[in-house]
Write a protein that binds this ligand. Sequence first.
Ligand code: G3P
Ligand code: CA
Length: 302
Amino acid sequence: MQKPIIIAHRGASGYLPEHTIEAYQLAIDLGADFIEPDMVFTKDGHLIARHDHYLSTTTDVANHRQFADRKTTKDGHDGEDWFSEDFTLAEIKTLRAKQAMPQRSKQADGKFEIPTIAEVFALTRANGISAKRDVALGVYPETKLPGYFKSIGLDYQTALIAELKKANWWQDPFPLFVQSFESPILIEFKKSNPELPLIMLIEKKEDLALEQYAKFAAGIGPFKALLADGQGKSTGVIEQAHELGMQVHPWTFRSDQLPDVFASPQAEYDFFFDLGVDGVFTDFCNDAKAAKLARIARTIKE
Ligand code: G3P
Ligand code: CA
C-alpha cells in the first residue's frame, strides 16, 4: 500500500451519516485504503460502530417512544441521553443513523442501520483484492472508553479478539490497525497478541510520551496541530516517531472545516505530506486521494 495511507474517518462521513455500511462503502469507492470504525458496546456485549456511547446525536433514538424510559444520566456525561450499553443489539438494530454535523447533508437521515464490527469486517473482507482494487482494503477500529466499559464488565480485549477470530484474521489477515486514546488497553493487546499493529492516539502536547508508546505501538495518531508550529515548521514529533520506528497518522482532515492558513484541501494535504506523515484520517477520502495522486504525478514529472 503506497504511503501516505488514506483512512476513511468514520467512513465517507463528509457525505453520509457516519459509521454506516453505506458511508464505509462510499469511502471505499472514493479511494480509502482503510475504513475507520469507532466502537462501543451493547448491553449484550456486541461491538457496534459508533463514535460515542450516547446515541442521541447520531441516531433517531429520540423518536422511538418505546425507549423513552431508557433516557438517563451517566457519570462523565453532561445531561441525559440514551446509551449503547443499555440496549441489546436487537434494539440497536431498530435505530437509524443521522447526520450529526449541521453543515452536512441530512438527505440520508433515517435510512441506514447501525453496523456491528462483524459486519464491518465482512465489508472489509468483501473489498479485498479484485478487479477494482490491487491492494486489499484495511480496517482501523478504535476502542472507545475501554476503561469505562471494563468497569461495567465489558472488555475490548476479549470482544475484539473474538471478532477477529470469527473473521479468520490469523489465517487470512486483512490490513489492520487497532487504535485507542487509552494506553492500558493497547498494552493488554500487546501482551496477549503482539502481532496486532497498535496505534496510540494523542490529543494534547502533554501526552507526547513517544518513547513510552514505542514499547507497544506501531505508530501514533496525533491531533494534526501537534505536528507543526505557528510558522509552518515541524515540531519534531514526526521525526522522533520515525526514529523510534513508529508511523504517524494525524487526524482529522475535513474539507468543510479547512484551517484558515490553507487555501484549499489539497494545500493542507500537501503541507502534511511534505512534513512526512504516513497516513491521514479524513472525512473526505476523494480529496485526500486527489492530493495523493497529484503528488505522485508531480514526482514522476520532476
Ligand atoms: O481515531 C482517530 C480520530 O478519529 C480520533 O478522533 O474523536 O474522531 O475518534 P475521533
Ligand atoms: Ca476515531
